[in-house]
Design a protein around this ligand. Structure first.
Ligand code: ADP
Length: 407
């Protein structure tokens, strides 16, 4: 009997303890499932002192670590994406088969794409033989670079660099250098123009000085002529240098403009006074028509230089007995100043380029008048610095209207 009782007790105890153990095991399985589903709360099992508690605790710490790693990876990925998207260079990543697996924002813009062309090949994206040749070079050189016109909408000039990774993937980086190249051409042209403009008066001075030195100085008729042509050439040089200095001061930002209320009428009067002698010699008349006390919000010196340059041109290019009108009026929110003449006007195909440096309709005539070809470029720079706009329209009948609009 005692044996049977002992056996029954043992079976009962075994049953109770295996039941408790299997309940705890079920909890552990549930807990593991919860962790997998993303519920990171700690289980009550971890408080247990036995092996199951140990396993639950380890699982909990493991899940915490995995979560930390995943968060770090996500942060890294976000940072990587932010860097890629913040780059001005276009980046295209290609897999081992040469298919696109990533394009950044600048890349989408440069290639004129609306969405990432994942899975497509480069040739499907852009039919540029230069790009194919570049990628082919990476088979032997690992990295290779080239510059070419990309055949997409705006045909930008791009500097491309391709790198092949040992794993077979390739990275293509392209930078739009159109603006840079355009500025280089402008700078080259400018240097060539300046050299040309400087060379002419210097040659005149040199030739005349040589003639004088060779005995011309003793010639009572020709001597003074040579001298006065040297003075004229020197004058041209000094005008040219003054205009070049003005341009470089404005372009480099060294010229500080201070905007204040500037009455227009005195500006017109001062500008006319500066050319009055020239105008009188050609019997050119002027009318100044400005509403009383009309004022602009501008830099007084800059505005006066703008108007003086325009008035000087009007007098320079208008024939004898011509007429110049200086007017100003409020046009909505803006103030419009006009310098109108009844001179030869400017043919339509020249109008767009008038404000470029050294652009002249008739270079010979401009030089003969002492023009440097920089007057309107200075006007444009100054007006832009004053947040205004400037332009030229034909005057009804005959002549030109050079206008400036300011806020
Ligand atoms: P320039 O020193 O040659 O006068 P500008 O830049 O002042 O240089 O002017 C550029 C060109 O625009 C001139 O060479 C001239 O052909 C033309 N131009 C400027 N103003 C007038 C005007 N009022 N009437 C006719 N042509 C003008």
């Amino acid at each position: 009997t005692a044996g049977l009782l002992g056996l029954a007790l043992a079976v009962g105890l075994a049953w109770v303890s295996s039941h408790r153990f299997s309940r705890a095991l079920e909890h552990l399985v549930d807990y593991t499932r919860r962790l997998l589903e993303g519920d990171r709360r700690e289980s009550t099992l971890t408080a247990r002192q036995d092996e199951l508690g140990g396993i639950a605790g380890s699982l909990y710490h493991l899940s915490q670590q995995v979560e930390n790693h995943v968060a770090t990876l996500a942060r890294e990925r976000d940072r990587f994406e932010a860097v890629l998207d913040g780059m001005s260079e276009a980046v295209v990543s290609l897999d081992q088969d040469g298919r696109v697996d990533l394009v950044n924002r600048a890349g989408l813009e440069l290639l004129a794409l609306d969405q990432e062309p994942l899975g497509r090949t480069l040739i499907e994206l852009v039919r540029a033989p230069e790009l194919q040749a570049l990628m082919a070079r990476t088979e032997t050189d690992a990295t290779a670079g080239t510059e070419f016109d990309l055949p997409v909408r705006a045909v930008p000039r791009v500097l491309a660099r391709a790198t092949k990774r040992p794993t077979g993937e390739a990275i293509l980086v392209m930078l739009d250098v159109s603006e840079l190249r355009r500025l280089e051409v402008i700078r080259r042209d400018f240097v060539a123009n300046v050299s040309h403009e400087l060379r002419t008066p210097i040659s005149v001075i040199r030739a005349n000085a040589e003639t004088l030195a060779d005995g011309g100085i003793d010639d009572p008729v020709a001597g003074p002529k040579f001298l006065s042509s040297m003075v004229a050439a020197a004058d041209r040089l000094s005008h040219l240098i003054a205009d070049l200095l003005d341009i470089s001061r404005i372009e480099s930002g060294a010229l500080k403009l201070e905007r204040e209320s500037v009455e227009i009428e005195p500006v017109f009067r001062n500008a006319w006074a500066a050319v009055a002698e020239k105008a009188a010699a050609k019997a050119i008349s002027v009318v100044i028509d400005v509403p009383d006390r009309l004022a602009a919000h501008a830099d007084a010196g800059a505005l006066e230089q703008v108007i003086t340059n325009l008035v000087d041109n009007a007098v320079k290019y208008t024939q004898a007995n011509g007429h110049v009108e200086l007017t100003a009026r409020q046009a909505g929110e803006r103030l419009r100043l006009e310098v109108r003449d009844n001179g030869p006007g400017v043919a339509p195909h020249h109008r767009d380029r008038l404000f470029e440096r050294f652009y002249r309709v008739d270079p010979g005539r401009s030089r003969a008048m002492g023009g440097t070809g920089l007057g309107l470029a200075i006007v444009k720079h100054l007006v832009t610095a004053l947040n205004g706009t400037v332009g030229m329209s034909p005057a009804p009948g005959r002549g030109s209207v050079f206008w400036v609009e300011l806020d």
